[in-house]
Design a protein around this ligand. Sequence first.
Ligand code: F3S
Length: 380
Amino acid sequence: MLDGELGETKRTAMEILTALGRIYNAEKMIPVSSAQVAGVSYKTIGDAGLEYLEIMASKGAKVSIPTFLNPAGMDVEQWKEQGIPKEFAEKQIHILDAYKKMGIMSTYTCTPYQIGIRPGKGEHIAWAESSAVAFANSVLGARTNREGGPSALSAGICGVTPYYGLHIDENRVAGVKVKIEANLKSDNDFGTMGYFIGREVGKRYPAFSKIKASEIQLKLLGAAMAASGAVPLFYVEGVTPEYIVSDDAEEIIFTDDDLKKMKEEIDSGEKPDLVTLGCPHASIEEIKRVVELVKEKKPTCKFWICTARKTKEKAEELGYDKIIKEAGGILVADTCMVVCPLKEMGFNITGANSGKAAKYLPNLCKQKVAFGDIEDILYR
Ligand code: F3S
């Protein structure tokens, strides 16, 4: 591939992978069973990214393993109802077309594991979206580094990745132990704890003491830590398939006071213009919970539930979309509150129950954040 015998685009992709391998002293390449490509929204990659993708696609680049996409900058079917500017939508469609030409699945989600793509323990993959990386490594026990858009695309094209970092078992050791003393009740509590711990540990891997946590709560915890820090792997004693902690791990205690102060710091206390749920993309269970809530009492502001298209279709089969619409909400597929142009759409204060969304909304979307439990932010 590197010699160009398999074509120019494979050579370009392999050049990226070998450069990465040299930087990290990888001894070899290893096969990966899937790749998840980030850098899909026009808001994130702009004209330069679009140009690169169109060149790769026009030269015949094709993926050789199952490869799927992170959220785009808009719902591809209802971008007009969503209020996306036309010029943005046109550019976005060109990006999606280029990826399609390369044989990449149009999943547009950060939770591929909720739509049937669930790598097993020990399986090597090359995923790019930070919350999906944290989930795959920690909750599923798969092996992936936190890929960039170009390196994940290259892994999809070549079917391999350099063997370094989290692909190597000896590197998967937690350097920080987190003793949870806080009484965690809601999903938002897990996102808040993730926001706090991610900031404390940075790139190190935390190992949490035994707690009861659902898959949704682990998803929110990992997503927040990947955003406020750069955590690609965490363990929870008795919950995650692996739990490997260094003998000299530093210990952090997380208390009720930390939880309360963290919430107060993140929340602006204002009434949101729009509440956005589903960061990471909502599962059908999460959608069902919101449906049950809004059926009883209509929210006091507009809301979106961001999810994968496949999950949205399931929700439609169950009639959830109608209940959500009647309550002033929309089920938004293919995109999310962070990668779509919220500011340009006229929103200034956005509600979120997710620690990750709360971290990114101020910087990437120039939004004030109303942060809290769903029952709080929908009814302020
Ligand atoms: Fe997913 Fe967007 Fe959140 S990509 S993790 S919903 S910021």
